[in-house]
Ligand binder design. Structure first.
Ligand SMILES: Cc1cc2nc3c(=O)[nH]c(=O)nc-3n(C[C@H](O)[C@H](O)[C@H](O)COP(=O)(O)OP(=O)(O)OC[C@H]3O[C@@H](n4cnc5c(N)ncnc54)[C@H](O)[C@@H]3O)c2cc1C
Length: 454
């Protein structure tokens, strides 16, 4: 297209799902310039969702979840090297090995890492794991296969619950500790949290809610854990599933609006600088990005969703090589899935952006249902449990801000559809970080001084 920036140097930092999909889109849409992907991990891009599912079950080896590359990229891959800094004026990415990589346009796709156990000595003990990378999954799967006496999972968000499910499927004794009132409650609210708690216990999980783990015990090797209610257990494995930390430290001196909640960008994936001015050559996508969404009152949305990483990477790549009105907004309705304890859970919208929830189809008793969430009288999310078929319909209701509760009429309606409070707890009351967060402005540094206009 005439006048479109289809050449020059594009650098992508973060060589995983978002980075790869962006690179593919750049080439698919005609980018002919030089393309460099920088990734801290030594592996080519791989898929993370199977790590807490098929890999822990021993059904798929950890090194066999590589992401298919859908086209030849003709790219310079710099793997096994971390980007340690960004010079936005000189337009260079500074690598930890001392090299620097110049760019004309940059995509930040550095995602997140597992939040570590806060006590380094305890975290370093043999038997204490986190789960984010294929190396983590390989090590944990090998230890589960060796038949530990008891596994402790700290945090009952999606990842922690999936790990517990895999342990039970392997016939292992497992204790789950969660500070909040129920598993998954931070993502799905009270009604489905209660269902998740019932199912975990029915599958033999020793589920302890409303407690925290106060100490991991052992002398170089984990032997047990103590809880805030004064009880303790023996355990030879602990998996810390406390949520994720965004990989933004390398941007600390860059002048970008980057901090613990991610890299703030506009709906076109262009990063903001710390004064709130949008850059035109630096873009962000995937788990590391936070962006405004009109369906959720333009609050800044941070998502740890596979589908978002793909969709946002595609929009970012398109916009990196397009100008003006040809640029597109990233406005897809968030969507997520999880499988655990025989349940196939799918979510559209933002369930935590709600004040009420109603079981619109199916029933809690049968653990087969669609829960629809509303906020101030409009539909904002829907979650299906073993009933994904009708989610498309609810996606449409979310996109059109349809009135809540939705009109009855589903043939399989078995419970009276009476909305109840959605009971989404304050994330501070949970062990694990949220996989979806809607947040306002968070000045990270006092450098953000507002200068009066002259
Ligand atoms: C165990 C597990 C299970 C999951 N299950 C599901 C699921 O069922 N459904 C779902 O929707 N989502 C799921 N997810 C989430 C999904 O995998 C993420 O949303 C997705 O991986 C995000 O992709 P990304 O490319 O933005 O970030 P990431 O996959 O985090 O990749 C970022 C990459 O950047 C690299 N990097 C970081 N900092 C630097 C630096 N300074 N320099 C160079 N490289 C750097 C990292 O090493 C990493 O390779 C799961 C995630 C995990 C960990």
């Amino acid at each position: 297209m005439l006048g479109e920036p289809r050449d020059g140097r594009i650098v992508v930092v973060g060589a995983s799902l978002a980075g790869l999909r962006a690179a593919e889109t750049l080439r698919a849409e005609g980018f002919t310039g030089s393309l460099t992907l920088i990734g801290e991990e030594t592996h080519p891009p791989y898929d993370r969702p199977p790590l807490s599912k098929q890999v822990l079950l021993g059904k798929v080896p950890a090194d066999r979840t590589g992401l298919p590359q859908r086209r030849r990229l003709d790219a310079d891959w710099k793997l096994g090297v971390r980007a340690g800094g960004l010079d936005p004026v000189g337009k260079r990415v500074l690598l930890d090995d001392g090299a620097d990589v110049p760019f004309d346009r940059l995509l930040i796709a550095t995602g997140t890492r597992a939040r570590p156990w806060p006590h380094p000595d305890e975290a370093a003990m043999d038997g204490v794991f986190t789960l984010r990378t294929s190396g983590d999954a390989a090590a944990l799967a090998a230890r589960l296969a060796a038949g530990p006496r008891r596994v402790l999972v700290v945090g009952a968000g999606f990842t922690g619950s999936e790990i517990a499910s895999a342990c039970r499927e392997r016939g292992l004794d497992v204790t789950v500790a969660e500070r909040g009132p129920a598993p998954l409650v931070g993502a799905l609210g009270g009604t489905l949290g209660e269902l998740a708690a019932k199912l975990q216990r029915a599958h033999g999980v020793d589920l302890r809610c409303g407690v925290t783990v106060t100490a991991l015990e052992g002398d170089g090797r984990l032997t047990g854990a103590q809880f805030s209610d004064g009880t303790r257990i023996d355990a030879d494995i602990a998996v810390i599933a406390l949520g994720a930390v965004r990989n933004t430290e390398w941007l600390a001196e860059s002048g970008l609006a980057a901090g613990p909640r991610g890299v703030t960008c506009d709906a076109g994936c262009r990063a903001f600088d710390m004064y709130g001015i949008v850059t035109d050559d630096i873009f962000a996508a995937g788990d590391v990005a936070r962006f405004p969404h009109p369906l959720f009152e333009y609050q800044l949305l941070s998502l740890e969703h596979w589908g978002n990483a793909v969709a946002q990477a595609e929009v970012a790549a398109h916009n990196m090589i397009s100008t003006g009105p040809r640029r597109r907004p990233h406005l897809t309705v968030p969507a997520f899935w999880s499988s655990q304890f025989g349940l196939n859970i799918k979510s559209v919208g933002v369930p935590t952006f709600s004040d009420q929830v109603v079981i619109a189809q199916g029933s809690l008793k049968d653990a087969r249902l669609v829960a629809v969430y509303g906020y101030r009288g409009r539909v904002t999310a829907a979650v299906s449990v073993n009933q994904a078929r009708s989610l498309e319909y609810y996606r449409h209701l979310i996109e059109t801000a349809a009135p809540f509760p939705p009109a009855p009429g589903a043939a399989d309606q078995r419970e009276s559809p009476v909305p109840v409070p959605s009971d989404v707890p304050d994330p501070k009351l949970l062990s694990h970080g949220p996989t979806v967060a809607l947040t306002g402005h968070l000045p990270d540094r006092r450098l953000t001084v507002v200068q009066p206009a002259r």
